[in-house]
Design a protein around this ligand. Structure first.
Ligand code: FAD
Length: 288
């Protein structure tokens, strides 16, 4: 973990593109609230092959231009072509976007073609070829191992490929086992992977939704957390109180042991993220 202490702390949050006008308004409100964090940047997800592609662009531009917060689009290469990605990169560069989260993405159900670039390392390489150092490139890391990886060692070597292709920093998949993150960092150090690896933090507010996401992305919900959440049922207030306590303690431990910041998966809600933020006593301390 020592190498991670050397990096400046980065606090950021993730949003998804709104689908309706009402959701768009609500998102503006969320971002206005999250401004308190003085974020290093916010990022906006991208639906591979789906209808949110243009929406990602519109959302990123409206937040960066309209609200003055640096914004990073996610770009995924699955089900896409080099020329389409080139167009997107050009468009983002024209808008003054400086950071990109480069991902493989997941195949939308029903789509059979994988696209011209198969893995995120190929996307990072392509971004560097096309745009040099115009963008700060973030990639995804998996402390609990990507669900499709053959094993942890191969997954780590595949993570290393993204760094060697030119990634500047990484955001992890969310996790609730701090040990998994610390071990991942140790393993990265042994592989001479020298970039900031910022933990992705998923606040706990809704058990059914969290269980579904975790099943899909391979994030482990520890038994002691699951067992408590199961008992709370639909009692949102108790879930929220418990979740904020658990996740605040996780964040505190990560920061104390050298994590170079936090990236909150907000699901377009500010409430839980802000409660965790305040619990951490970071108010006014963000060096961004
Ligand atoms: P990769 O790094 O390409 O890895 C995918 C799998 O292939 C892994 O199992 C890896 O071990 C293996 N692999 C990698 N490279 C090679 C190689 N060269 N040869 C053989 N095997 C290889 N999804 C979205 O659709 N939209 C989003 O906006 C989005 N945002 C995300 C943000 C973050 C921070 C994270 C952690 C995930 C996000 N995802 C998003 C989910 C992500 O797209 C999925 O986890 C996807 O399955 C993998 O993407 P990746 O970029 O990590 O892929």
């Amino acid at each position: 973990m020592n190498s991670q202490r050397a990096y400046p702390k980065s606090f950021s949050f993730e949003l998804f593109p709104p689908k309706t006008e009402a959701a768009e308004l609500a998102l503006k409100n969320t971002v206005a609230q999250l401004r308190q964090i003085n974020p290093s940047y916010c990022s906006v997800t991208f639906g591979a092959g789906g209808s949110t592609r243009e929406k990602t662009f519109e959302t990123v531009v409206s937040i960066q231009e309209g609200m003055g917060i640096a914004c990073a689009p996610h770009i995924s290469c699955i089900a896409s072509t080099r020329s389409y990605i080139r167009e997107m990169l050009d468009a983002y560069r024209e808008q003054g976007i400086k950071r990109i989260v480069a991902l493989r993405g997941d195949m939308p159900s029903g789509m059979l073609t994988t696209g011209e670039l198969r893995y995120a390392n190929e996307l990072v390489e392509f971004i560097r070829q096309e745009t040099g150092n115009d963008f700060h490139v973030e990639v995804a890391g998996y402390p609990e191992v990507h669900p499709q990886a053959a094993n942890a060692e191969k997954d780590l070597l595949n993570f290393k490929r993204k760094v060697e292709a030119g990634a500047d920093s990484a955001i992890t998949q969310y996790f609730y086992n701090a040990e998994a993150y610390f071990r991942f960092i140790d393993d990265c150090e042994k592989q001479n992977i020298n970039i900031p690896i910022v933990p992705g933090i998923m606040p706990i507010t809704n058990y059914t939704q969290l269980a579904r996401f975790s099943e899909l992305c391979g994030a482990d919900i520890p038994r002691w957390i699951r067992k408590r959440l199961e008992v709370f049922g639909d009692d949102r207030v108790t879930i929220r109180t418990f979740g904020i306590d658990v996740v605040s303690k996780l964040c505190r431990r990560l920061l104390e042991q050298g994590a170079p910041g936090l990236h909150f998966y907000t699901l377009n809600q500010s409430d839980a993220t802000l409660a965790i933020w305040h619990n951490l006593g970071l108010h006014g301390n963000n060096p961004a």
